[in-house]
Every structure is written in structure tokens, then in C-alpha cells.
Ligand binder design. Structure first.
Ligand code: FAD
Ligand code: DHB
Length: 420
């Protein structure tokens, strides 16, 4: 899979600046001391790093992969106003405001009949289409411009001693063992990361639901079928018509968990998608060769708490939502907002209050997004084991949501993002 844009000079960059003035003894070209060691250069880690750099808090980001690999992952596409505001606060909103597509509402096709939920009319708020790859690229460029240090291809990253006063992170880079001492560790290393796994045995309570299907996504350089996203419920399964730009479309179809991308040549994908659309969308759909195709399993997962001594989890490291409703990246952003404010309170006001409240504050919002994503998934997908009663209740739920202003407002309020 190739990235949408090449990462250019960001690839594997090692900087040497120490903005917080905490440089320890030199270790080749990497420091031995920082204020916040951030593990993971996904959107959570890079955004946290940027917010802290802007306020003079020194940080180092350690990433297992190359910058090119991180930029090549096609993931989220839709962001809440709160996420837009946070990216502005981090100083990386300029291209987003120029190229992002503001959407006032969304469309829902139920068994061939299209409905519309008007976010702006119901909540006064909108959402923005701007891909995760673009956000990541903007953050990488801003970090390079601020001389923030990111160590790509850091192997065997291991947080240690975070239950005490002097945490450290060990890693291996270019064949050499390294160590950074820090005040805090931020675990922004995604669902399969090391930080959650490093929490003391018995200290993590996990809550999980695994869904009996996946999403097959296809990216294509064709104009989107509609100006707004279309969520499709059909007897053949769920489908989503989304986009990245006026000339780049992103489509998803619900697929079996056992399916692989090889089972889905483009022709089969387009044929199946068309059957799940309403007649107008079927007529309007422009197909073309895929430029990326991938399958994601659907899972709800929360780990509690999100703090272990001086180590804090943020984003997918602590929780996963099924993609229906586009909450994953937005939740990573709200965690980062709480965590960045907490670190700034600690460093600028000498108060640990924000850090002490971080886990409870973040989890209160996480669980509401978990509920919404589970609800949207349940309402719009085909469950093979659903009986007649389940199917009737699902149909009634949709009928109610689309027919009641109060229920549509509830969907819209959650979709545009709950406040934080
Ligand atoms: P990540 O993006 O996972 O970043 C974590 C980073 O940590 C990675 O770069 C990883 O390489 C690094 N890392 C991991 N382990 C280590 C280690 N041991 N040492 C150092 N670095 C490490 N959300 C939506 O809203 N809409 C979508 O359509 C959507 N589609 C998705 C499709 C897929 C296949 C996946 C996996 C997720 C999708 N999501 C979607 C969710 C969204 O992309 C995530 O919520 C978002 O990426 C979370 O950001 P993050 O920074 O917390 O984690
Ligand atoms: C996208 C993904 C989603 O899960 C969603 O609800 C909306 C948009 C996307 O990738 O474009």
C-alpha cells in the first residue's frame, strides 16, 4: 500500500533539539531525558506532542514503524468540530480549513428509501471530511518545523518504573540500546501497543464486544456518489458511501469475518455495493479501479483505568469502537485534549488535579461514544443470528429515529460529537 503523499524529508527524522531544557548526557544523536515520553506516532501521539511543544513542554515520540508506513494506513475520514478546534489549537488547521469538506447532514438509506438527518438544523453543528492520513501528515510537518524529535523504527519500546517518581522508556534503535528518563509516559500506541500490556498484572479491567462481521473498505479516484455520506441498511448487509475529496471516494461493505481482500476483486465489490444502495445512488455511482482495499474487524473495547502511576493511555491504546459513526479518531482527539490540559496544569500551574482526574474524565466521554458506536452498528448491520423479533425491533428503531425529531436530534448530537 503506498501513501497518498510521500512523506518526503520526514522519513525517519531524528532531531536533537531540547526545548524544555532537559537534555541529559548525549546518547549519540538522541537525548537521555525529556518531560513527556510519547509512545506511538499515530494521530493521538502526534497531536499530544504538538499541543505540548506549542506550550514549551519537551517531549520525544517513539514510533515502531517508519513515517511512510504510518502515512500509508487508510483509516478514518470524518472529524467532529471539537477535533477541528483542537487541530487549530495545535496550529495545524490551515490545510484542513482549505481542503476539508464541511457536511451539514448525512443520508440514511433504509431498504431502498433515502432519508436525511440535518445536523445543522438539529444541533447547529457540522462535521468535516478530512482524512486521517492528511491529519497525520500535517502533524508530522508541524513537528518537523518545531524541531520536535520523533524516533521512527524504534524497536522493543518498553515503559519502565512508571509507578515511581522517575519513569524511563527503553528501546533499541539502529542496533543500539537506548533509554530516556522522563516525568511521564503517554501510551498512544494503539490497540496492539505495549503500554496497556505493561500495566501491573490485575490492574486493568477490560470490557469487550466482538461483532460477527467486518468492513471491507475500498478507496477509489472517482467522484463520490453523493455530496453527503450515505449509510445504507439493506437485507444484503450494511454499506457506507464516504469520501476523502470531491474526486476521491471511500466505500465500505459489511463482509464475513473469514473473508480476505483476495476474495473481493473490484468487480465483486462494486456489484455487491450497488445491490445495497437505493435506486438513485445505484444510478449515480461512478466505479473505477481501487487504489486501496482492506478489511477491518469490528470490535468494542474499553480498558479501565487510563492511568497507571505516571503512565497515561490515550486513543486506541485504551479503547476501540466499531467504525459506524466515525468515533475512533475523534475519541483519540478528546483523550488528548484532556491529557494535554492536564500536563499543562501540572507544568504551568504546579497542579496535579488534571492528571488525577484524567482517567475518569476521559472514560465518561469514551463510554458515551462506545454506546453510540454500538447502537449505530446494531441498528444498521445484518446479524446472522438475529431472530424475527430482533429484526422487527431493528426496523422499528430505524423508523423511530428517522420519524421523530427528538430521536433524530439524539443521533445528530452524538454524531457531531459530545462536548468536552
Ligand atoms: P493508532 O493510529 O493505532 O496509532 C498508534 C501508533 O503506535 C501506530 O503508529 C503504531 O505503529 C504505534 N505503535 C504501536 N505499538 C508500538 C510500540 N510497541 N512501540 C512504538 N510504537 C508503537 N476510525 C474512524 O473514525 N473511522 C474509520 O473509518 C476508521 N477506520 C479504521 C480502519 C482500521 C483498519 C483501523 C485499525 C482503525 C480505523 N479507525 C477508524 C479508527 C481510527 O483510525 C483510530 O481510532 C485512530 O487511528 C486512533 O489513533 P491512535 O493514535 O490512538 O492509534
Ligand atoms: C468513514 C468511516 C466511518 O466509519 C464513518 O462512520 C464515516 C466515514 C470514512 O472512512 O470515511
Amino acid at each position: 500500500m503506498s501513501p497518498v503523499h510521500g512523506p518526503g524529508p520526514l522519513l525517519g527524522r531524528i532531531g536533537a533539539r531540547e526545548p524544555g531544557g532537559h537534555a541529559g548526557a548525549a546518547q549519540g544523536d538522541t537525548p537521555t531525558r525529556t518531560q513527556v515520553a510519547i509512545i506511538g506516532a499515530g494521530p493521538a501521539g502526534l497531536l499530544l506532542g504538538q499541543l505540548l511543544l506549542r506550550h514549551g513542554v519537551d517531549n520525544v515520540v517513539l514510533e515502531r514503524q517508519t513515517a511512510e508506513h504510518v502515512l500509508g494506513r487508510i483509516r478514518a475520514g470524518l472529524i467532529e468540530q471539537g477535533t477541528v478546534d483542537l487541530l487549530d489549537e495545535a496550529g495545524v488547521g490551515e490545510r484542513l480549513h482549505r481542503e476539508g469538506l464541511v457536511h451539514d447532514g448525512t443520508q440514511i438509506n433504509v431498504d431502498g428509501v433515502r432519508h436525511r438527518i440535518d445536523f445543522k438544523a438539529l444541533t447547529g453543528k457540522t462535521v468535516t471530511v478530512y482524512g486521517q492520513t492528511e491529519i497525520t501528515r500535517d502533524l508530522m510537518e508541524a513537528r518537523a518545523a518545531a524541531s520536535g524529535l520523533t524516533v521512527y523504527e524504534a524497536e522493543n519500546v518498553t515503559p519502565a518504573d512508571f509507578q515511581g517518581e522517575r519513569p524511563r522508556v527503553r528501546y533499541r534503535h539502529k542496533g543500539k540500546d537506548k533509554e530516556i528518563e522522563c516525568d511521564f509516559v503517554a501510551g498512544c500506541d494503539g490497540f496492539h501497543g505495549i503500554c496497556r500490556q505493561s500495566a501491573p498484572a490485575g490492574s486493568v479491567q477490560s470490557y469487550e464486544r466482538v461483532y460477527p462481521f467486518g468492513w471491507l473498505g475500498l478507496l477509489c479516484d472517482t467522484p463520490p456518489v453523493s455530496e453527503e455520506l450515505i449509510y445504507n441498511r439493506s437485507a444484503r448487509g450494511f454499506a457506507l458511501c464516504s469520501m476523502r475529496s470531491p474526486s476521491r471516494s471511500r466505500y465500505y461493505v459489511q463482509c464475513s469475518l473469514g473473508d480476505s481482500v483476495e476474495d473481493w476483486p473490484d468487480e465483486r465489490f462494486w456489484d455487491e455495493l450497488k445491490q445495497r444502495l437505493d435506486p438513485q445512488a445505484r444510478a449515480d455511482l461512478v466505479t473505477g479501479p481501487s487504489i486501496e482495499k482492506s478489511i477491518a474487524p469490528l470490535r468494542s473495547f474499553v480498558a479501565e483505568p487510563m492511568r497507571f502511576g505516571r503512565m497515561f493511555l490515550a486513543g486506541d491504546a485504551a479503547h476501540i469502537v466499531p467504525p459506524t459513526g466515525a468515533k475512533g479518531l475523534n475519541l483519540a482527539a478528546s483523550d488528548v485534549a484532556f491529557l494535554a490540559r492536564a500536563f499543562l496544569e501540572f507544568y504551568k500551574e504546579n497542579s496535579p488535579a488534571g492528571l488525577d482526574h484524567y482517567s475518569a474524565r476521559a472514560l465518561a466521554r469514551v463510554w458515551k461514544a462506545e454506546r453510540f458506536s454500538w447502537w449505530m452498528t446494531t441498528m444498521l448491520h445484518n446479524f446472522d443470528d438475529a431472530g424475527g423479533f430482533d429484526r422487527k425491533v431493528q426496523a422499528a428503531e430505524l423508523d423511530y429515529v428517522l420519524g421523530s425529531r427528538a430521536a433524530s436530534t439524539s443521533l445528530a448530537e452524538n454524531y457531531v460529537g459530545l462536548p468536552y
